[in-house]
Design a protein around this ligand. Structure first.
Ligand code: 9D3
Length: 423
């Protein structure tokens, strides 16, 4: 594998490539790294490589002619421009790049390079992340390091491909070595047990917990195996939703009890089922309304035509109050639920901790307590009467000033944010 770095600061490249894995691979001749400076291709006495931007503005732009000449000198190869405006580097892209015989890594300095150089002589543009560097050289070194370790013969004893694909998409589990106790901190006993199955299960659980807590983006995409689900039961399987008809408020803020809505019973059950929730509780203190809810659910369940719908309606439970639901969940799980309010208003439930859906996932995935999400009817939950609420979800923000989602629509959006997988 051959790397050619095009840079006006070649002295930044060479020293970083002498030590470690990459240094040994170079010594062994498995990879080669050369640097070419556009300055070698200037003809004026100041060896000028920059110029002011057409149209004005701050800073300087790299002159096209010396840069084009340096890229041409690099020879045939896949030409990558390192630039903050490029596609973010991923391990998937690194794996593809490792299959190529020659990478030409073009480093910008100043504000950037003349756009025509990109059109004429660049195959791909890559960024190494959302922060500002002073040039592309560190990006080039990052690509060399990440690609080189995948070149056969560079790593002595590479982690097996199987192992890597199994842990793909998860963060690393914690590692320990001697001594067994360090400044009062012991190595987890499981690691010294000698039981390899238990150790593997512990490491897998640690990886999943860390990923859920630290990297919601990775966790959302992660597909747990059946064995994983046993190690870390999914949040959705202990999440319940309650449709609250009392205590809620009317448009004037007066505490009221709303009437059941046929459509809500039905549609929320379908959403709860689709996202794998453990229960859907219809809360009303009115006995006849609870009877009616139970009747509707039973009727639908008995309906042979609607076999799928019937399954969803099995999630339905009726309760006379939020406190009753909390007591039921406490009994069923052996732990009091974390009660999460929802509201369209930013200022509601100000004594509860406000959470984005990502933050709520991060803090509850590793907590075995059940989760109870409260959905208000009418003009929303009567907050003063629901002291059990400890978290409040950030309101759903639409794109307009007008913000009046139906409870059914809001629930679907919330479920998708908490439990949905990206396309
Ligand atoms: C005023 C706009 N700036 C873009 C965010 C100008 C600018 C800043 C920094 C132009 C070039 C640079 C130099 N950075 C790189 O060449 C670079 C880079 C980076 O800054 N962040 C992440 N990856 C990369 S790869 C190359």
């Amino acid at each position: 594998m051959k790397f050619t770095v095009v840079t006006i600061l070649p002295e930044l490249i060479a020293p970083s490539l002498t030590a470690g894995v990459v240094g040994r691979a170079r010594e062994a001749g498995v990879i080669s790294v050369d640097a070419i400076s556009p300055r070698e291709f200037t003809s004026d006495k100041h060896r000028t490589v920059d110029d002011s931007p057409y149209g004005g503005g701050p800073g300087m732009v790299m002159k096209p002619e010396p840069l084009l000449a340096a890229i041409a000198k690099a020879g045939q190869g896949h030409r990558i421009l390192l630039t903050p405006g490029g596609a973010p580097l991923t391990q998937a892209r690194v794996q593809e790049l490792a299959k190529l015989p020659h990478l030409v890594l073009v480093c910008g300095r100043y504000e950037g390079i003349d756009e025509r150089v990109i059109e004429l002589a660049i195959d791909e543009q890559i960024s190494i992340g959302d922060y500002v560097l002073s040039g592309g050289e560190l990006g080039a070194l990052v690509i060399i390091d990440a690609v080189a370790r995948l070149v056969p013969g560079v790593l002595g004893e590479a982690a097996s491909a199987d192992d890597e694909s199994f842990s793909a998409g998860l963060l690393e589990y914690p590692q320990y070595t001697r001594p067994p106790e360090l400044e009062g901190k012991a190595v987890p006993a499981v690691l010294t047990s000698g039981n390899h199955a238990v150790i593997a299960a512990w490491r897998r659980t640690q990886s999943m917990q860390r990923t859920a807590a630290r990297r919601p983006d990775l966790w959302r995409r992660f597909r747990a195996t059946k064995a994983d689900l046993k190690l870390l039961p999914p949040l959705r399987a202990r999440t319940h939703v309650a449709l609250v008809h009392h205590p809620v408020v009317d448009r004037t803020g007066t505490v009221i009890t709303t009437a059941l809505t046929n459509l809500d019973i039905h549609d929320l059950a379908r959403s709860a089922m689709t996202y794998g929730l453990a229960g859907y509780h219809i809360v009303t203190p009115v006995t006849s309304q609870r009877d009616k809810a139970e009747h509707i659910a039973k009727m639908w369940m008995a309906d042979e035509q609607g076999e799928h719908r019937a399954k969803a309606l099995q999630l339905i439970r009726v309760a006379d109050s939020i406190e009753t639901v909390i007591a039921e969940l406490s009994a069923a799980y052996g732990q009091t639920p974390t009660v999460v309010a929802t509201s369209a208003r930013e200022t509601s439930f100000s004594s509860a901790a406000r959470r984005t859906s990502e933050a709520l996932i991060a803090e509850t995935t590793t907590d075995p307590a059940p989760l109870l999400i409260l959905l208000g009817t009418g003009w929303g939950l009567a907050e003063a009467l629901i002291p059990s609420v400890s978290r409040v979800l950030a309101p759903i923000e639409g794109a307009s000033e007008w913000n009046h989602l139906s409870v059914r629509s809001a629930a679907a959006v919330i479920f998708d944010r908490l439990f949905g997988r990206p396309a």
